[in-house]
Design a protein around this ligand. Structure first.
Ligand SMILES: [Fe+2]
Length: 569
């Protein structure tokens, strides 16, 4: 039986997962362990956790599966390589990248004790994305689309999912990229860190798309599905380089030509309108790509992946495309999830049986009650009271305290994979309290006030509260409208434009979280909790110590670690 370690390595959001006995057993992103956001180096701690938590010795691992293939799109890549090798100054960077890829097996064997017999499987970047979406969807057939910055020289791949097979139909290549456009405009609007695109998306609801036409007309060739006007971009420059060695370093993707379209001094003044315009342009091109995919493939189902599938605002509007009846977006559509897609592809090389446990995002570390007790023995208890409760009492106590406007750090079970807290590492609060949002933003998250919070609703009440959806929304994958008559009942989870990034919670997806929301519903007649990730300007907390530190240094009222309640005196 093959034991497959899937890796997203030396790339942003590096991660590891393990498939053993035909089941996805464990997965985690490196950033959650080394506490460096979007870590782009070797996922060394993640690999070790995969081995420990799956009871696997390094020597037993038969395959390593990477979400990149140096041979993918080799003709296109070679032309670029030759051009830049002969005429450009990219020689050093290209050689160092190639050397790194060739040396990967030696590095991994030396560092982790894998045997020399271990097989390294290179799976194309977009095929890995598509696999991470199609196989967990359980659709019999689907239109599969991966939309990204770049991966293996392509930015978009359209494929048909049919039974257990994925057939590539069309690709869009460097330098044209929807992800690069959004990243460039994110930088231009002053959000300078890698991965800040979600901030632009949040801000876009506050503005009017007054710059949409000029941005679209000048930055894109509107007659094509996806064609950038590269005179405004620097990613084609000879000395442009991504630095993916550790913490990803962001190169400036726009050049000064952009200020002929958008005046420098207008950026701060019209930031909201610019954000709305960028989002509107993104959506227009996004729709064009999906419509093209719909033309190529006959199916009512859509599986979406790639970094652009994290744009939950655009995702929520895909129901407007005629003929798409169901949509599946995985819990980690970005590069971290590529490790899982790659491992799935390698697993299918050996056998055709469905891989188990592909829909459950709670595949990270778990901590027992014993380890809570050990942890409690190590901390200073002068300023806190700690109580252990039964499950029923815990649910009752927590639901009541939330209904009394207390803010609760909720730490339970196995950690979720992906960027969103789905109820096991979450900060929870009362959605009815309109002040809670500002309190959390200012006193706990210490972040921009425009950032929205998500509602988590129990499945059976969803249709009463939210408008029609084509995805299951178990992973907060789309932003949708709340019904007008419900809007004022939960002001802290409704964005300025009446939208919400909803999470639907069922008994099968997360039973304890489901029971907590249900208890809150019985107390308040509102079947929704405000749910935001358990962190403060850091990766989501992974262990007790990080959860406790966050509780201790912020104005969070209550911390719940498994069945233990921590209260500030
Ligand atoms: Fe990607």
């Amino acid at each position: 039986m093959a034991i497959i370690l899937g890796l997203n390595i030396n790339h942003a959001d590096s991660s590891a997962c393990i498939i053993k006995e035909n089941k996805l057993v464990f997965a985690i992103e490196e950033e959650k362990l080394n506490r460096q956001k979007h870590w782009a180096g070797l996922p060394g701690l993640a690999i070790k956790e995969c081995l420990i938590n799956s009871n696997t010795k390094a020597g037993e691992v038969t395959d390593i599966s990477l979400n990149t293939n140096p041979l993918s799109n080799i003709t296109k890549k070679s032309i670029y390589f030759i051009k830049n090798y002969i005429f450009g100054s990219k020689k050093k960077e290209i050689f160092s990248r190639l050397k790194k890829k060739i040396r990967i097996k030696n590095v991994l064997c030396k560092e982790f004790g894998f045997t020399k017999k271990i097989k390294i499987n290179y799976i194309d970047h977009h095929l890995s994305h598509i696999a991470s979406s199609y196989y967990p969807s359980n659709f019999e057939n689907a239109i599969c689309v991966s939309i990204d910055g770049f991966g293996d020289f392509a930015s978009v791949v359209i494929a048909e999912g049919k039974g257990s097979q994925i057939h590539i139909k069309e690709k869009f290549f460097f330098p044209d990229s929807l992800g690069i456009f959004y990243e460039m405009m994110t930088q231009l609007l002053g959000f300078k860190n890698y991965g800040d695109e979600y901030k632009l998306m949040g801000l876009s609801s506050y503005g009017r798309p007054t710059y949409k036409e000029i941005i679209f007309n000048r930055l894109f060739d509107k007659s094509k599905i996806l064609k950038l006007n590269t005179q405004y971009f620097s990613h084609i420059d000879k000395d442009f380089a991504y630095k993916f060695n550790g913490i990803p370093e962001q190169n400036q993707i726009y050049n000064n030509e952009i200020f002929n379209i958008i005046k420098k001094e207008d950026i701060e003044v019209h930031k909201e309108d610019l954000a709305a315009s960028v989002q509107a342009v993104f959506e227009e091109v996004f729709f064009k790509i999906i419509k093209r995919a719909k033309e190529l493939i006959k199916s009512d189902n859509l599986c979406l992946s790639g970094g652009c599938a994290l744009n939950s605002v655009a995702n929520g509007k895909l129901k407007e495309i005629h003929g798409i009846k169901k949509m599946f977006i995985p819990y980690a559509p970005g590069d971290a999830g590529g490790a899982i897609g790659s491992a799935i592809m390698t697993s299918y090389k050996y056998q055709k049986k469905k891989i188990e446990n592909l829909q459950c995002p709670f595949i990270g570390p778990n901590f027992s009650d014993n380890s809570v007790e050990k942890f409690i023995s190590t901390i200073d208890k002068i300023n806190i009271n700690i109580i252990k409760l039964t499950e029923n009492d815990l649910l009752e106590f927590t639901a009541r305290e939330i209904a009394n406007s207390k803010i609760v750090g909720w730490f339970q079970g196995r950690m979720e994979f992906g960027q969103r807290a789905l109820g096991n590492r979450s900060i929870l609060a009362d959605p009815r309290n309109k002040n809670i949002r500002d309190i959390i933003n200012q006193k706990i998250k210490r972040r921009e006030n425009f950032r929205p919070f998500a509602p988590s609703i129990i499945q059976e009440r969803n249709n009463e509260w939210f408008e029609f959806q084509i995805s299951n929304n178990h992973y907060m994958e789309t932003v949708i409208k709340i019904k007008p008559n419900k809007r004022d009942l939960v002001p802290s989870v409704v964005h300025v434009d009446g939208t919400c990034r909803v999470q639907i919670v069922s008994k099968t997806t997360n039973v304890l979280f489901y029971k907590l929301i249900k208890r809150f519903y019985e107390l308040t007649n509102v079947p929704i909790l405000l749910n935001t990730s358990f962190n403060e300007n850091e990766p989501i907390v992974c262990n007790f110590q990080e959860a406790y530190n966050c509780f201790d240094r912020t104005d969070m009222d209550i911390l719940v670690l498994n069945n233990f309640i921590f209260l500030k005196k």
